[in-house]
Design a protein. Structure first.
Length: 566
């Protein structure tokens, strides 16, 4: 039998007072139909078991915990005792007959029955002819001591119980008598009908999840969705939508359906208007003394202000003025917020002379020892250097020895103090000078290796072993002299002179030689083949190289110079 059929029948049979009976003397009174039981908390009652009455049915009782039921037959005929229930466990069952527990005798037993569906894999079933008015005891246990919950169904094959047939309860179908089917709220398909040929459809109606959230479906679908099912009803009749004010805060409200409001995180007021439950409040929005404007409450909080309902800015955020004392002892008459912004201490409606005692200290107003005792703020205004609160004036603390140019050599200048310059053996340039624009000496001509001349400082010249010719001298005048020798000119003439003078005349210089030793040959511009003469061979040479690299100008030069060197 289905879970839903079992549940319906348990409710219907609750009037019979079904209470688990762990012993025969406390047996549960059963009746036709279903009676629930649970052996999970039962114990073995200890009565002996005769398994020879049901060989091959896997009774295998052992020391199984058991539950007892008592049933008095209301008619004579074939009775069926069954534990068929799809969600139950592997049961074993014994049937006794007798007026009480002391005189009863075992008359039948069964481990695994058959012929019913849908059932658990292994259930128990006994069919026995009973006599009206006779008392029967049913003992319920489990295969090899198995325990669990289940349902005992007693049916009569004829008489009061009627014949069996298919019973539809929703999609599920079970074989039962018409009486039991009616009690469970099922639709009986007729005596002798079976579930294979029965077409079972579940009840259809409104499924209400919550107010306003409803859909029409079958009963099982509704239960699986967590809804409340009302058979043969529409959603409009059982789940009407509820409307009212949906409030998120003062002034933040709209009219909505209840579930929509809850889904949006609002607070729902059934049948109310937004004006009543979420009124808009106005007042002063204050950010600090004197910093205020009139605003709606949510706007004020959204901007980080403090809201004062129905207040004006003058009363909620007044502007306070007074003395503002700063850490350096300086005091000023300002508004409260301006004082706090400057990290001062504010004294409302007070005068600086009453609350702020100035703190003085040394203020160096020059680098030459000038000092005044002032407040820190006064020192800044003078452009001085404040040495600290209560610090006394001292010439030494305010005197800073100046840096100036110090010439260590003509090429080496360092900015330093006068004393340090003397310590280094330098020449002090005087206060106000700087190596950037101070000259420690001029360069001059330096003769090295007889004729070589360089322009540099004297100390650098001496370091190279040269002869310094004096500041301002240059190598242009050849103070170091010039080599002497023969100078051949282009016309073949020769004279003896200094090297630089020979080069000035475009001559070829031969150091330390005389003209008679050189034999200067004239220079022939038309000598293209380099044999020292301008002749026909040069004409042929130019024609041979005509266009690359020679041209008509080259030929004319040979003709003009023809006969040179011959």
């Amino acid at each position: 039998m289905s879970t839903s059929l079992l549940a319906a029948f348990v409710i219907a049979m609750s009037a019979h007072g079904g209470v688990p009976g762990d012993t025969c003397s406390d047996a549960i009174n059963a009746s036709l139909g279903n009676t629930p039981f649970d052996t999970s908390v039962a114990t073995d009652s200890g009565y002996p078991v005769d398994e020879t009455q049901c060989p091959g049915t896997y009774l295998d009782w052992g020391n199984s915990p058991d539950i007892w039921m008592r049933w008095v037959a209301t008619s004579t005929g074939s009775a069926s005792f069954s534990t068929c229930q799809e969600s139950s466990y592997d049961t074993s069952m014994i049937l006794y007959r007798g007026p009480d527990c002391n005189s009863m005798v075992q008359i039948a037993c069964n481990g695994d029955g058959s012929g019913e569906s849908p059932c658990q894999q292994y259930y128990s079933r006994i069919v026995f002819n009973v006599d009206s008015g006779t008392t029967y005891f049913i003992r319920l246990g489990g295969w090899n001591g198995a325990t669990g919950s289940g349902m005992l169904r007693i049916q009569m094959g004829s008489g009061e119980g009627g014949s069996e047939g298919a019973c539809c309860l929703g999609y599920e179908c079970n074989i039962s008598s018409e009486e039991i089917c009616d009690i469970a709220g099922g639709e009986y398909q007729g005596d002798g009908s079976d579930c294979d040929g029965a077409v079972c459809e579940p009840p259809y109606g409104a499924c209400c999840i919550w107010f306003g959230n409803c859909f029409e479906t079958y009963e099982d679908d509704c239960w699986n969705s967590g809804g409340d099912f009302t058979q043969n009803e529409s959603c409009e009749s059982v789940c009407p939508a509820i409307y009212g004010a949906c409030c998120f805060g003062p002034g933040d409200c709209y009219e909505a359906e209840k579930n929509e409001c809850w889904g949006s995180g609002g607070e729902f007021y059934n049948g109310e208007s937004c004006e009543v439950v979420c009124p808009t409040y106005y007042g002063a929005c204050c950010f600090g003394p004197g910093d205020c404007y009139q605003a709606e409450e949510n706007e004020c909080y959204g901007n980080g202000g403090d809201f004062y309902q129905d207040e004006d800015c003058e009363s909620a955020c007044p502007v306070y003025s007074g003395a503002c004392c700063y850490e350096d002892g300086y005091c000023d008459q300002v508004e409260e917020q301006e004082c706090y912004d400057g990290n001062g201490t504010f004294y409302q409606d007070q005068d600086c002379s009453d609350v702020c005692e100035p703190v003085y200290g040394a203020c160096c107003t020059s680098d030459f020892g000038d000092c005044q005792e002032t407040t820190e703020n006064e020192c800044w205004e003078l452009g001085g250097d404040y040495l600290g609160d209560d610090y006394p004036c001292s010439f030494d603390d305010c005197y800073y020895e100046p840096y100036a140019a110090c010439c260590l050599s003509a090429s080496d200048c360092q900015d330093t103090t006068q004393q340090e310059c003397f310590d280094w053996g330098g020449k002090w340039g005087g206060s106000g000078t700087s190596c950037n624009d101070y000259s420690c000496g001029e360069t001059g001509a330096c003769c090295v290796n007889k004729y070589d001349c360089y322009e540099e400082y004297e100390d650098e010249c001496n370091w190279q072993g040269g002869s310094f010719q004096g500041e301002g001298t240059t190598c242009d005048d050849y103070p170091c002299g010039s080599p002497y020798g023969a100078c051949c000119l282009a016309d073949g003439s020769c004279y003896e002179d200094e090297e630089h003078l020979c080069y000035d005349a475009d001559g070829d210089f031969y150091q330390d030689t005389f003209c008679e030793e050189v034999g200067c040959a004239p220079s022939c511009p038309g000598d293209y083949n380099g044999n020292g003469q301008s002749d026909v061979e040069d004409v042929l040479h130019v024609i041979e190289g005509w266009g690359n690299p020679y041209n008509v100008e080259d030929l004319l030069l040979v003709i003009d110079d023809f006969g040179c060197g011959t």
